[in-house]
Design a binder for this molecule. Structure first.
Ligand code: GLP
Length: 222
């Protein structure tokens, strides 16, 4: 689906998540590029979130993640500056840049154990825009390994808002593992609520969830 989106709109921007989940997907995209069946040199990859208050490229940041796990010759890989002195301004102009260049053709997403999307933590509203957020402990813990200890994980993140994400023309949500089973069930079968940010994705007309058996295990309609 990612390859199809790029083939049909090669000059477009696509939003990409970080995390363990998409690593295999990115490796497969890189394999296809090497094999000559995928070209991304006109396509711009955009991060959907980043940590704040930390030097650019610090291991554990999204910029470091993409440098490591997205070995493709995109026209550009755009990531908000984690070292920005004014993160609120940084993420607002990042989102404005995406909009000014025509918006996201496709946004690939993951979800957190607390059903966050990008860094839209529980409490994020349907009409939320790009902003700085305080990260929940469970979200910081998920990144402790990459930063070399929980104490080194920043307390704040920058994220596209739910309303920004819903403006992408297509959404794909990748989820794997038992630890996400409750979040998947709540997002797909529970009430739409700011307590479950991923539940807002149901407002989108073209969203595809790709969920492994463990993450799907609590769904009542399989
Ligand atoms: C991170 C990112 C999200 C990502 C999620 C899932 O905190 N901010 O964009 O989707 O967590 O990560 P993982 O795939 O490692 O579970």
């Amino acid at each position: 689906m990612i390859c199809d989106a790029i083939a049909s709109a090669p000059d477009a921007q696509i939003g990409l998540p970080t995390g363990d989940t998409p690593i295999g997907t990115y490796a497969e995209l890189a394999r296809r590029e090497r094999a000559g069946s995928l070209r991304v040199d006109r396509t711009t990859a955009c991060a959907i979130d980043e940590f704040a208050d930390v030097k650019r490229g610090t291991p554990g940041t999204n910029a470091a993640f993409f440098a490591l796990h997205l070995p493709l010759a995109f026209r550009a890989v755009q990531v908000p500056g984690s070292n920005a002195p004014d993160p609120e301004l940084e993420i607002a102009s990042f989102a404005e840049g995406i909009r000014a260049a025509g918006g996201l053709e496709l946004c690939v997403l993951g979800i957190g154990r607390n059903a966050h999307v990008a860094f839209n933590e529980p409490g994020s509203r349907l009409d939320s825009r790009a902003r700085v957020v305080d990260l929940e402990l469970v979200s910081r813990e998920a990144h402790a390994g990459a930063f070399g200890g929980l104490a080194r994980v920043p307390h704040r993140g920058m994220t596209l808002g739910i309303a920004d994400i819903l403006e992408a023309r297509k959404l794909i949500v990748l989820v794997q593992g038992q630890s996400k089973a409750r979040a998947v069930r709540d997002a797909i079968e529970g009430p739409e609520s700011e307590l479950v940010p991923a539940s807002w994705l149901r407002a989108h007309a073209e969203v595809t969830w790709i969920v492994d058996r463990a993450a799907a295990s609590m769904l009542s309609h399989k």
